[in-house]
Design a protein around this ligand. Structure first.
Ligand code: FAD
Length: 327
């Protein structure tokens, strides 16, 4: 099956998969505004989203307290809550189940998924690719799509392409389970923390990336301490909770915080990366335009501004509100 049709059927199939795995939080998702700048910026976001037909809106600090009773609404704290951007239908997606859904869908459509198989080199003949060397043998091909996120620089380096990417560790942690206390996903960008409660009762907590480039999947203690401090200040009742587990993953950051989707200087080599801390939600759309780009050997019209050569040509994307990096 042509890659384009494959992407379309996966794209359409995903909506059904998401129905199974999307947990719409009973009280939606909110982005706290803790500075005047944040308040103004989210007002602009709310207007833009409403013009696009979304039912989000700004809410007052009193409404924040009504939706999230455990929040610290002390007006004299370091960063008082001035209001919030609220999407009442928002929620969290069960990312592992979505990945399984894609894998099942692709397998049913005849795609070979080879697991535990590391690409060790990309073979070229002059300016075009000819195949891959892997830990399980050689694969000959005229087209390669690289979607290796935090490891994109090392994989593209195998083909001699230097990427404008910084790789950093982003970590998350999960508390012991408690009775329902939080029906809303809350993001506090000024203090760098986000929190939600899973259907098992665990608080799912995250924050910003490590402040330096690295390929370590452990995550640094300063970043951990910073996010926990911020969240304890915002939600004092969680201060005595024990954390069950913590993990880190490598995220791929571009200079303008927007992704790269498209062709590369090497014929037959395509790349989709730079999704930073926000690539999960972008997978259906970015996969669709990427497949179209590969199938037709030209950028999909939506992907055109996100080309790799925007960095050498100085056409950076000034669009932080819809950027791939949430923090
Ligand atoms: C802690 C954390 C929290 C996050 N939270 C969110 C969130 O709330 N919302 C959101 O939208 N996004 C979130 N993200 C970001 C999101 O996970 C990524 O942007 C997304 O997974 C990128 O998808 P991808 O398919 O491009 O790459 P990945 O899902 O990273 O897949 C890349 C794959 O390439 C493989 N690979 C690498 N090198 C090689 C090689 N040499 N040979 C073969 N295979 C290779 C890897 O094993 C991996 O399977 C979070 C990330 C982290 C780490």
């Amino acid at each position: 099956m042509a890659i384009y049709e494959l992407a379309r059927s996966l794209y359409e199939g995903l909506s059904q998969e998401l129905n199974y795995n999307m947990m719409f939080s009973p009280r939606g998702v909110m982005m706290l505004c803790q500075t005047q700048h944040e308040l103004r910026a989210f007002q602009r976001t709310a207007h833009a989203n409403r013009l696009a037909g979304l039912d989000c809106r700004m809410i007052t600090s009193a409404e924040v307290k009504e939706i999230v009773p455990i929040i610290n609404d002390d007006a004299n704290c370091r960063y008082p809550i001035l209001g919030a951007f609220w999407q009442p239908r928002g929620g969290t997606g069960r990312h592992d189940a979505v990945a399984w859904g894609y894998a099942r869908g692709a397998d049913a459509l005849g795609v070979d998924i080879i697991q535990n198989c590391e690409v060790t080199s990309i073979m070229r003949d002059g300016d075009h690719v000819t195949g891959l060397q892997t830990t399980r043998g050689e694969i000959k091909t005229k087209k390669i799509g690289v979607v290796t996120a935090g490891n994109v620089s090392t994989v593209m380096d195998m083909a001699g392409v230097r990427m404008p990417i910084e790789s950093q560790c982003l970590q998350a942690l999960v508390s012991e389970p408690i009775k329902p206390v939080l029906g809303c996903v809350v993001m506090a960008n000024t203090v760098h923390g986000y929190i939600s409660q899973s259907d098992k009762g665990e608080l799912v907590i995250g924050g910003g990336t490590d402040g330096y480039n690295n390929y370590s999947q452990r995550g640094s203690f300063p970043a951990l301490e910073h996010m926990v401090t911020a969240l304890v200040e915002t939600f004092p009742i969680i201060s005595r909770l024990r954390m069950l587990r913590q993990w880190g993953g490598i995220v791929d950051m571009t200079g303008d915080r927007s992704p790269v989707i498209g062709k590369t200087p090497v014929e037959g080599l395509y790349v989709n990366c730079g999704w930073g801390t926000g690539g999960f939600k972008a997978i259906p759309g970015s996969g669709f335009v990427f497949a179209d780009t590969l199938a037709n050997d030209r950028p999909h019209p939506i992907a055109e501004p996100f080309s790799l050569n925007r960095f050498s040509e100085g056409r950076l994307i000034d669009e932080s509100v819809s950027a791939a990096v949430a923090h």
